[in-house]
Design a protein around this ligand. Structure first.
Ligand code: PLP
Length: 368
């Protein structure tokens, strides 16, 4: 039972074949515009700009917001490495912030102390599908004149106080890697309501070319475009996005119903006012669990259940260790050391989830 697998259950094959037979296989073609339009409507933003992956989406978002050498950007330490790397690509420095203990997202109460004259903005990550606490983050950003980018790579369709993630900050970024909530193989998208930022991101992903003057490059850009083939897959996934999200939420409900109340681990919750889309169902063991995390993973694997450890926090990775400046990240470190992602695919059956829950319950009771 895999942690993640793509669910290609709609028009994916038909649209890819159509793209191939039309010969529009590179970065022009009807599927690109259709995918972008559908995604903008889904997020409730006026613009969506496709690109080649979620990391490139973060990179062009930060460049459009003028992040450059010497700048600082505040990011959660508990995230996938792409969030921090995109800041580094701009020559800027990621400043890491600890997690809050309930959802494990960035702790808004820890942000203000990190702001310096060099701080340009904040990247909020919606970890595993649960929205970060956006109100206090937006409030601090407004007070210090900082931008907010939402890294929503794991959270397509998640909601914070009735608003879709990606539409709350200045720019939202998404990934369509094969293991995400919806996929285009590889792929990314940025969304915004700001026409100027949208236009800058479009230019940046297309080698920096002037929109009106061919082969005129007023800025240094990148080749970060999505292909029509990727967009064909992405559009087919978007046609069924509500189903993909509903499946993941149903998985989470089944886990909750079948795991009951164990005192030795917690599931990622869904806070009031939030919609968690459960990209990953996630468990954090505490000291009462009879096995350490890695032994528990090994035992689950022996029962045919794939799991993944949480990401290492960024501040312990070799490129970023020197940045932690004696600051401590007790929540992120504990959660990262004790957390696992369990099977979460949209294709899981009720029987499979019950089996995972049963196996976990046995382990929690100390049974082999
Ligand atoms: C997957 C992911 C990304 C990067 O997306 P790619 O499409 O793999 O480049 C960025 N941020 C987070 C939080 C992710 O989970």
């Amino acid at each position: 039972m895999p942690v993640a697998e793509p669910a290609l259950v709609g028009n994916e094959i038909a649209y890819v074949n159509e793209a191939l037979s039309s010969t529009w296989i590179s970065s022009s073609g009807k599927y690109i515009e259709q995918f972008e339009q559908k995604f903008a409507d889904f997020c409730g933003t006026s613009h969506a700009i496709s690109c080649c992956n979620g990391t490139a989406a973060l990179h062009i978002a930060l460049l459009a917001l003028d992040v450059g050498s010497g700048d600082e950007v505040i990011v959660p330490t508990l995230t996938f490495v792409a969030t921090a790397n995109a800041v580094s690509y701009c020559g800027a420095t990621p400043i890491f912030v600890d997690s809050e203990p309930t959802t494990w997202n960035m702790d808004p109460a820890a942000i203000e102390a990190l702001i310096t004259p060099r701080t340009k903005g904040i990247i909020a990550v919606h970890l595993f599908g649960h929205p970060a606490d956006m109100d206090p983050i937006m409030e601090i950003a407004a007070r210090y004149n900082l931008f907010v980018v939402e890294d929503a790579a794991e959270a397509h369709g998640a909601e914070y106080k009735g608003r879709r993630v990606g539409s709350i900050g200045h720019i939202g970024t998404f990934s369509f890697f094969g293991n995400k909530i919806i996929t285009s193989g590889e792929g990314g998208m940025t969304v915004t309501n700001d026409a100027n930022l949208a236009s800058r991101m479009r230019q940046l992903k297309g080698q920096g070319q002037d929109f009106k003057r061919r082969y005129w490059f007023p800025i240094i850009g990148y080749n970060y475009r999505m292909t029509n083939i990727q967009a064909a897959i992405g559009l087919a996934q978007m046609e069924r996005v509500d189903w993909h999200i509903a499946q993941r939420c149903a998985n989470a409900q089944l886990y909750r119903d079948n795991l009951g109340n164990h005192l030795s681990f917690v599931l990622q919750p869904e806070l009031p006012g939030c919609k968690n889309v459960y990209w990953m169902n996630s468990i954090v063991f505490n000291e009462n669990f009879p096995y350490n995390r890695d032994t528990a993973m090994e035992k689950l694997s022996q029962q045919g259940i794939e799991t993944r450890p949480f990401f290492y926090p960024m501040h312990i990775l070799p490129p970023y260790q020197h940045l932690s400046n004696k600051r401590v990240f007790p929540v992120a470190e504990t959660v990262a050391a004790r957390g696992i992602n369990i099977p979460s695919s949209a294709l899981l059956t009720e029987r499979e989830i019950k089996y995972v829950a049963e196996t976990l319950s046995c382990l929690a009771n100390g049974d082999e």
